[in-house]
Design a protein around this ligand. Structure first.
Ligand code: PLP
Length: 412
């Protein structure tokens, strides 16, 4: 580790939550990659450990105490996700491995049976691969076409173009709430209303939104909403799909196995109701408990405090990064959340990432699983610094100081 990292000033009294995260026992760590995966607070780790140690068994089937406890904990976590998203009923919440699996579930179970040649799925140019490839796959299987709404030079969806692409043939519109590559917060309520005006159901990819904004699926009006636990200070391998009850009830299961059935014989299998019919096999029970604990943790802090912290730090980072010569932000939308994607004249983003890593500063360099939007902005990759609850002004200062040293080092 460099001397700069060792010498770094670690006074962080301004952040009341940083101490909740054991990873920062390494006082020199500057973690600016929460958009990829957020760090976990001790309460989440402890909830999972406690559950696994003392309340663990398989769910739904056992009549003994441990199984009943585990079932209550798993279904309790579903209830927490319901409240967190503002859904009407816990039956509208399906546990998945994450946002990716949730999009694939909707692509296969909702979209595929409705698609044929000439039909269209509408996405935007700023989507993560998780919200592109599953649609391409079902389009390939059914002869449907993937349509893409353009984004403007500031990194906002061109709403007129989006509206113009909605038509008779559109079977579903799918778009990010917050872009992982640009940080843009999309006007999801307005986009949902535009789609619904054409009778088009909507899926929203909330993977980058849930850590930063309170979400109200009924207020937005969307048909489906997906997110992952690991970006929400919870565990990996767990996430959720919200789907309106009327859709989930009408959709066929997409994976078969145990726990998604009412009865099985070689002649005929009767499926359980939603959400069980979408949760074949033993789910990530401990993960669901951890996700519930992460939601409790965030709600204990409260959205007012979370958004105030984020807005303050984001404004500070914008000012500090703006003062670095040759640094160009990719994505300058008026409403952004949580991250800065940038390029620096004369230095490849991978070199930026490597230089910062040597100073124990964690950022992400690459295409961020959003190659089409990188192409749109004419860059192969960017460096992305993303903010979480635990970040402080001194993290931003450390980043800026390291970038200045790096420019000197490269003579850029
Ligand atoms: N959508 C967006 C906007 C993302 O940023 C990500 C992850 O980076 C995903 C979807 C996929 O999430 P996961 O890999 O947890 O399924």
């Amino acid at each position: 580790m460099s001397q700069a990292a060792l010498n770094r000033d670690r006074t962080r009294s301004a952040n009341p939550w940083r101490g909740d995260f054991p990873v920062f026992a390494d006082a020199s760590l500057v973690y600016l990659d929460s958009a990829a995966s957020a760090q976990k607070p001790a309460v989440v780790l402890e909830a999972m450990r406690e559950f696994a140690a003392h309340s663990y068994a398989n769910i739904h089937r056992g009549v003994y105490r441990l199984s009943e406890q585990a079932t209550a904990a798993y279904e309790g976590a579903r209830g927490k996700v319901r409240a967190f998203l503002g859904a009407a009923s816990a039956r509208e919440i399906v546990f998945t491995r994450g946002a990716t699996e949730a999009v694939n579930l909707v692509a296969n179970s909702f979209a595929r049976p409705r698609l044929g040649p000439g039909d269209e799925i509408l996405i935007t140019h700023m989507e993560h691969h998780a919200n592109i490839v599953p649609w391409q796959m079902v389009c390939g299987q059914t002869g449907a076409t993937l349509k893409v709404a353009p984004v403007t030079d500031t990194g906002e969806v061109d709403l007129d173009a989006f509206a113009a692409l909605l038509g008779e043939q559109t079977r579903l519109a799918a778009f990010a709430h917050v872009s992982n590559a640009l940080g843009t917060v999309n006007p999801v309520q307005e986009m949902t209303a535009l789609a619904h005006a054409h009778g088009v159901p909507v899926l929203i990819d909330g993977a980058q939104a849930v850590p930063h904004l309170p979400v109200d699926v009924r207020g937005i009006g969307c048909d489906f909403y997906v997110f992952s636990g690991h970006k929400l200070y919870g565990p990996d391998g767990i996430g959720a799909l919200y789907g309106k009850a009327e859709h989930l009830e009408a959709m066929p299961p997409w994976q078969g196995g145990g726990d998604m059935i009412l009865s099985v014989s070689f002649d005929k299998t009767l499926y359980a109701e939603a959400p069980q019919k979408f949760e074949a096999g033993t789910p990530h029970i401990t993960g669901a408990v951890g996700l519930g604990a992460a939601i409790d943790y965030l709600e204990g802090i409260g959205w007012d405090a979370i958004t105030a912290h984020q807005q303050e730090l984001q404004a500070y980072a914008a000012e500090v990064l703006g003062g670095i010569g040759g640094l160009k932000l990719v994505g300058t939308a008026a409403r952004r959340a949580g991250l800065f994607s940038f390029v620096i004249d004369g230095i490849h983003p991978h070199d930026v990432g490597t230089f910062l890593a040597a100073e124990n500063i964690a950022v992400r360099s690459g295409h961020h699983c959003a190659q089409p939007v990188m192409e749109r902005f004419g860059v192969p990759a960017t460096t992305r610094a993303s903010l979480g609850l635990y970040n402080t002004r001194s993290d931003v200062d450390a980043l800026a100081a390291a970038l200045r040293r790096m420019k000197e080092f490269f003579g850029a």
